[in-house]
Design a protein around this ligand. Structure first.
Ligand code: ACO
Length: 326
């Protein structure tokens, strides 16, 4: 097996901060409710002329600088997003053009919040192939534009941002050891945008009902997530023949502090073994894990040789984890 690892990483969040108090001026909510239920204190909101691809481009440039590669060195761009610039064509293509990655193929994948976990696995398979050298794996989202700003049960939970990694072949024994992925399509309507696709095109009726926006059964996601997170961690460790006690750091999807606590409790691991930044950014869906990974590296929380587990769950329903030797 050819070893593949992350050789460059970057992240970007838009500068505009929206605090819980700011949301309390828009919907019937409070800093106390949001903090107690989720741990989120603020999130970033893109300006109206900024798209998902713009956030991604900033993150990709940092990752490419970190990996010391030029745009023309990139062979493939895989974007995980559920808030693309347009429904068609791919946002990855737009990113490719903006970056000038003239030698790359580019495509989107959508596994909602676990998208980057999936994209990393796809990218690692290509990067192991002789025909590919540099793969850009990006998670980027602009949820501020797909949530309903009058639905307090969802709008306060999300934020905008992007994270990116460059994958290359690395020395044996390092890099991405393995991945475990799973889906349960029975729950595909637990998290959804009901209208705007082929099944239910936008009409004036469903538009007035707000069906063009993100919908979520929060309780159902909670029940799913507190099982999914520990299951994915356990299963990826089994797959790579490692033990929970070998894990140096878990980078979880930054949806809700209480879910992370419940997951770590179920794994019988201390919360200190996770990196958490959801208080600053809320849930940035497919961008949340790479942004957290980037910040953990920047803050010196991850050392060379550490065993890192990246884990996420979300719409689909889908969930999974990657085991990485840093
Ligand atoms: N402010 C104040 N009150 C609120 C708010 C708000 N923002 N939102 C809901 N409430 C109210 C509800 O109306 C309800 O009031 P009622 O009792 O009078 O009916 C009360 O708070 C409790 O609501 P619940 O929905 O039962 O609250 P719960 O304890 O389930 O917490 C939460 C809600 C935080 C969303 C939780 O269910 C959760 O975290 N679920 C998981 C969500 C998640 O992690 N999603 C990630 C995947 S998303 C993706 O893949 C893109």
């Amino acid at each position: 097996m050819v070893a593949v690892g992350i050789v460059g990483i970057g992240a970007y969040v838009p500068p505009k901060i929206m605090t819980n108090e700011d949301w309390a001026k828009v919907v019937d909510t409070s800093d106390e409710w949001i903090t107690q239920k989720t741990g989120i204190k603020e999130r970033r909101i893109s300006e109206k002329d900024v798209c998902t691809s713009d956030l991604a481009v900033f993150a990709c440039k940092k990752a490419m600088d970190d990996a010391q590669i030029r745009p023309e060195d990139v062979d493939m761009i895989i974007l995980a997003t559920s808030s693309p610039d347009v429904p068609l064509s791919s946002t990855a293509g737009i990113i490719q053009h903006k970056l000038g990655c003239i030698n790359a193929s580019a495509f989107d994948i959508n596994a909602v919040c676990s998208g980057w976990i999936h994209a990393l696995e796809i990218g690692s398979k290509f990067a192991a192939d002789d025909n590919y050298e540099n793969i850009l794996v990006v998670g980027a989202e602009t949820y501020s534009r797909i949530v309903n700003w009058s639905d307090r049960s969802t709008c306060v939970l999300f934020g905008d941002g992007a994270g990116a990694a460059v994958l290359q072949k690395v020395e044996e024994g390092r890099g991405i050891l393995g991945t475990w992925l799973h889906s349960d399509g029975k729950g595909s309507d637990v998290i959804e945008i009901p209208a705007g696709g082929i099944r239910k095109p936008i009409s004036s009726d469903n538009f007035n009902e707000g069906e063009q926006y993100f919908h979520m059964d929060g309780r159902a996601v909670w029940d799913f997530a507190i099982e999914a997170m520990p299951q994915a961690v356990r299963n990826v460790l089994k797959r790579v023949h490692r033990d929970l006690k070998d894990v140096d750091m878990i980078i979880p999807h930054q949806a809700n502090l209480n879910i992370i606590k419940a997951g770590m409790n179920a794994l019988n691991l201390p919360i200190e073994k996770t990196f958490i930044n959801l208080q600053k950014y809320g849930n940035t869906a497919a961008a949340s894990v790479p942004i957290a990974l980037y910040e953990a590296v920047e803050e010196g929380k991850i050392k060379s040789g550490d065993l890192i587990i990246t884990v996420a769950f979300g719409g689909g329903l889908s969930w999974g984890a990657n085991a990485i030797i840093w």
